[in-house]
Design a protein around this ligand. Structure first.
Ligand code: MN
Length: 420
């Protein structure tokens, strides 16, 4: 019965040919937005269904080839509900092939909702810092997986690569960030949440959800949360996302989801939002705010402040940034978040254009539909903040530099990426 909503098209058609070799050729988000309704809704669904069944089959083959192995699922340093829930779904799928997965991230769970999600569902994610990574025996893992990221937002990537662990799979909905060569790849930037992709895998039979299994109910709840949070409570969801949510609605626990969503904002997050409000400048429907210094654990206040600023009348895009410092390591990094409700603004393109690349050719950030982020390491300029005059000066330099780079794009005279 579960399969009926995905009557899988096996007949190849014109549309398939266009998207068939999906891997690295996936076009950037802007050009890969789904065709409009005038292209024929049914056609679109058929195309998407055949892609889903093709990808599910490929993933199944990959899992079969790796039976009885141990794998690492690497999430971004600050994993969000979409990443966490999908990693769990992968772990449950892989279990059927006797593949044991550890879900790991290097940073912190800094958003109160993420902490609530992990605690209330017993979601099996672990923090592996660069420090305690040294105590791990990486040779016991035969593969690693990137979910809801492509390695560019994880400090763990290089250590795992250096240990010679092969990249088995990349499953993500961000635009292609890096030239990775995994055995299996499913990167679909036009899908609003990785949770949608995983729900489609479940629906196509990679794991049969059972309401009487507590873990399945919790994982479905987590996926529902991931899907909702990446689609602005479904307001930016598209047909595929709604279909996925509809499927999850058969299994998820509404009360549990409600409990996760009830998590309150901490005072420190409220303080950062207050600073963002006070410091914001609004130009051409862009709201830009620097919030100064933040503790590492409060890092997630930045996207929350951006979520808040973008709700202002006449604002379609908000960018909030600050200097995040890690007290132990004296490490500082500028972290920023972008939120937009403007469909024609591609956050990935915007951030890459605004901040460019580092000396290794790595972009300082990227994005997906509606949201993006960036991280600029401060290197030699890290620390020394006991001297408050120096700390203030340093902030002003970074603040000014970031504003200059952003305003170049915001100002219609100088740049093509513009509001009409
Ligand atoms: Mn996501």
């Amino acid at each position: 019965m579960q399969f009926e909503s995905l009557s899988l098209t096996t007949e190849p058609n014109q549309e398939d040919a266009e998207i068939d070799p999906v891997p690295v050729e996936v076009p950037l988000a802007k050009t890969s937005l789904p065709p409009s309704a005038s292209d024929g809704g049914i056609y679109l669904i058929q195309r998407s269904n055949s892609l889903v069944s093709q990808k599910s089959e490929e993933l199944q083959k990959t899992l079969l080839a790796h039976r009885h192995e141990r794998q690492l699922i690497i999430l971004q340093d600050f994993p969000d509900p979409d990443a966490l829930s999908c990693a769990w779904a992968y772990q449950l799928i892989a279990q059927q092939y006797d593949i044991k997965c550890e879900i790991i991230y290097a940073g912190t769970l800094s958003h109160q909702e993420n902490i609530a999600l992990v605690k209330l569902t017993n979601l099996p994610a672990q923090r592996w810092t660069l420090q305690n990574l040294k105590t791990k025996d990486l040779s016991s893992y035969q593969g690693f997986i990137l979910i809801d990221n492509q390695g560019t937002t994880s400090q763990l990537l290089s250590a795992v690569q250096q240990a010679g662990i092969p990249l088995v799979a990349v499953i993500d909905h961000h635009s292609v960030q890096a030239d990775l060569k995994p055995e299996f790849i499913d990167v679909r930037p036009y899908v609003r949440a990785t949770a949608t992709i995983f729900t489609q895998y479940l629906q196509s039979g990679l794991l049969t959800l059972d309401s009487s299994i507590n873990q399945h109910v919790k994982c479905a709840t987590a996926l529902m949360h991931g899907l909702r949070s990446d689609t602005n409570r479904l307001m930016q969801a598209q047909e595929e996302d709604f279909m996925a949510a509809a499927y999850l609605s058969r299994f998820y626990d509404a009360q549990l989801l409600n409990a996760i969503l009830q998590a309150n904002r901490s005072k420190r997050v409220m303080d950062v939002i207050e600073r963002a409000l006070k410091n914001r400048i609004v130009q051409n429907n862009f709201s830009i705010a620097g919030v100064g210094y933040l503790r590492y654990d409060d890092r997630d206040a930045i996207p929350q402040a951006a979520d808040f600023l973008v709700t202002e009348e006449n604002v379609h895009t908000a960018v909030v940034y600050g200097i995040v410092h890690d007290e132990d390591d004296e490490l500082e990094v500028v972290i920023g978040s972008l939120r937009t409700t403007k469909l024609t603004l591609d956050p990935d393109e915007f951030i890459k254009e605004a901040f460019g690349q580092d000396s290794n050719g790595r972009f300082f950030g990227g994005g997906r539909t509606g949201a993006g982020g960036f991280e600029i390491p401060m290197g030699f300029l890290s620390g020394g903040n006991e001297n408050s005059a120096y700390a203030k000066m340093k902030w002003e330099v970074f603040d000014t530099q970031i504003k200059q780079k952003l305003l170049k794009l915001v100002n219609p005279k100088d740049n093509p990426i513009q509001s009409e």
